[in-house]
Design a protein around this ligand. Structure first.
Ligand code: FES
Length: 176
């Protein structure tokens, strides 16, 4: 059911893995199946100089993440925002219609990472006020990129990311 290109990217994924020194992360969840994808970008002079990804999902989700990373590497941020799910599907020589939502996820993840990168200063200031600078950075690197997303993240998940003191401050802030 998959094209050869999809199988190739599934079996030999490109740019796979977390970028430790990422400048921004885009996290997207798939409302249909519950799978999650993280897109990491390193930016220099408004250009995506490196990209990585972690995807918990089906073969198509792995292939679209891999293809997205190839399409986005070296592009400017504005060009990256223009990469669509159709571009990814076309580059993979087509996806079964039922799998289109997976490729949607990869493009959306990149767009989110770019938006987060552009709003980084503001988001870091907001987080720092709540939990201090160190924990704010840890939240940021985990792909949490707004106070609203922080509110929606469970205390269990937050506990895996930041210090116990930070968790208490968040509890207090949201009265969770
Ligand atoms: Fe979950 Fe494709 S079925 S990402």
């Amino acid at each position: 059911m998959y094209s050869q290109k999809v199988m190739d990217h599934f079996l030999n994924p490109r740019n796979k893995g977390k970028l430790k020194d990422a400048d921004a992360v885009g996290k997207v969840g798939n409302p249909v199946c519950g799978d999650v994808m993280y897109i990491y970008i390193k930016v220099n002079d408004n250009r995506i100089v490196d990209i990585g990804w972690e995807t918990m999902g089906c073969a198509a989700a792995i292939a679209t993440s891999s293809m997205l990373s190839e399409l986005a590497k070296g592009k400017t941020l504005d060009e990256g925002l223009k990469i669509s799910r159709k571009d990814i599907a076309d580059a993979l020589e087509g996806l079964p219609p039922i799998k289109m939502h997976c490729s949607n996820l990869a493009a959306e993840g990149l767009h989110k990472a770019i938006e987060n990168y552009r709003n980084r200063k503001k988001i870091m200031e907001e987080f720092s006020k709540i939990v201090g600078e160190k924990d704010a950075k840890a939240l940021w690197h985990a792909g949490i990129a707004s106070v609203d997303e922080l509110r929606k993240t469970s205390i269990e998940e937050i506990s895996n990311i930041i210090s116990a003191e930070g968790v208490n401050r968040i509890r207090e802030y949201f009265k969770k």
